[in-house]
Design a protein around this ligand. Structure first.
Ligand SMILES: NC(=O)c1ccc[n+]([C@@H]2O[C@H](COP(=O)([O-])OP(=O)(O)OC[C@H]3O[C@@H](n4cnc5c(N)ncnc54)[C@H](O)[C@@H]3O)[C@@H](O)[C@H]2O)c1
Ligand SMILES: O=c1ccn([C@@H]2O[C@H](COP(=O)(O)OP(=O)(O)O[C@H]3O[C@H](CO)[C@H](O)[C@H](O)[C@H]3O)[C@@H](O)[C@H]2O)c(=O)[nH]1
Length: 327
């Protein structure tokens, strides 16, 4: 297929674009480079543009005879979405609806969408199944839920085929160390811990150590970025007219903040000072996917099921790219 990857110069999108291309698809990344990196995209495959520039999206879809869109482009800082919700509603909802209008105009009806476990809000129980209620507790999660709903309506009314993939915590980097996580500002746990290992930060702050978990720190389900990418390709290949597919992408394994830090100490061999601070507002103590549906429906099996190999790939990237893509 000819695939347009929105946000293809970003962290998850760049890994997916490369895997798509290696699987034999023709791939173009569409990114405004607000957070993306030129160096994360194969030469000649980056189209610089904004989701909100509908005319440019339509022209791009037509010029490259696009069959499907993988839609990663969004803003994704949970905290900022609370303090500046307008920015999130505008980019993640208006921007995505503009992309969807452009797809209709160009006759493109297949889309794989980056959703999030943040659409569940405070989980009713853990592990989280797709049947749980979705009650997001921040604007970021709500913007993603709105698009899930819009996609469902488009599937019913216009015969679109879509997959909304609810990632848990994306982590790790490509095994060859060429692609990795480079966010500015960085807020995610693993890159922050590895920046401490590199001497770029003095310590890692643990947000709470008296939570109702076995070691008192937050538990998350870390899913390798290449496993996310392979799930996207499996989902894409499954889309027919009217297909509606919504599923979690996680390993089903929980890892605590302390366990992540210990894994980073063991892998880097460097001391990583940690300081305990109060819990971060809105952080549920434990988020773990029930990952059964993706396995059953997509035949998808994550390659990375424990934190050690995930951190090993992340360390390979951070050690060889201490300044990220340096662009
Ligand atoms: N990283 C995670 O743990 C995680 C978890 C759940 C869901 N997600 C979702 O996955 C997707 C990718 O996340 P990421 O971590 O790779 O983020 P990222 O910021 O690295 O990538 C997003 C890319 O989209 C681009 N972009 C943003 N707005 C755009 C616009 N209006 N027009 C064109 N390009 C635009 C940015 O420049 C960036 O390159 C996001 O939709 C995010 O909400 C991420
Ligand atoms: O300096 C830090 C940073 C994080 N944490 C903890 O580490 C865990 C992971 O935090 P991240 O910020 O790496 O990830 P989140 O779980 O907050 O966020 C992820 O899940 C969200 C849904 O809740 C969104 O989908 C978001 O895009 C995605 O990165 C959390 O328990 C957090 O409290 C720390 O202790 N110290």
């Amino acid at each position: 297929m000819n695939v347009l990857v929105s946000g293809g110069a970003g962290y998850v999108g760049s890994h997916a674009a490369r895997m798509l291309s290696r699987a034999g698809h023709e791939v173009w990344a569409y990114d405004n480079l607000v957070f993306g990196h030129r160096g994360a995209v194969a030469p000649g495959r980056l189209i610089e543009g904004d989701l909100l520039d509908k005319a440019k999206v339509v022209a791009t879809l037509r010029e490259h005879q696009i069959d499907a869109v993988m839609h990663f482009a969004a803003f994704a800082y949970v905290g900022e979405s609370v303090t500046d919700p307008a920015k999130y509603y505008h980019n993640n909802i208006v921007g995505t609806l503009s992309l969807m209008d452009a797809m209709r105009e160009a006759g493109v009806w297949r889309i794989v969408f980056s959703s999030t476990c943040a659409t569940y809000g405070e989980p009713e129980s853990v592990p989280i199944r797709e049947t749980q209620a979705q009650n997001p507790i921040n604007p970021y999660g709500y913007t993603k839920l709105v698009i899930e709903r819009a996609l469902s309506d488009f599937a019913k009314a216009y015969g679109w085929g879509y997959a909304a993939l609810r990632y848990f915590n994306a982590a790790g980097a490509s095994t060859d160390g060429d692609l990795g996580e480079d966010h500015d500002p960085e807020t995610h746990l693993i890159p922050l811990v590895l920046q401490v290992a590199l001497g770029q930060r003095e310590h890692i702050t643990i947000f709470g150590d008296k939570l109702p978990t076995p070691d008192g720190t937050c538990i998350r389900d870390y899913i390798h970025v290449d496993d996310l990418a392979s799930a996207h390709i499996s989902a894409l290949e499954k889309l027919g007219r009217g297909t509606e597919f919504r599923c979690n992408l996680g390993t089903g394994q929980g890892t605590s903040v302390k366990e992540v830090i210990d894994a980073c100490r063991a892998i880097t061999g460097r001391p990583i000072p940690a300081v305990v601070a109060p819990p971060r507002a809105g952080d549920p103590p434990a988020l773990i996917a029930d990952a059964g549906l993706a396995r059953r429906e997509l035949g998808w099996v994550p390659r990375y099921t424990s934190i050690t190999p995930i951190v090993e790939t992340a360390w390979k990237w951070h050690e060889s790219h201490p300044d990220g893509y340096a662009d």
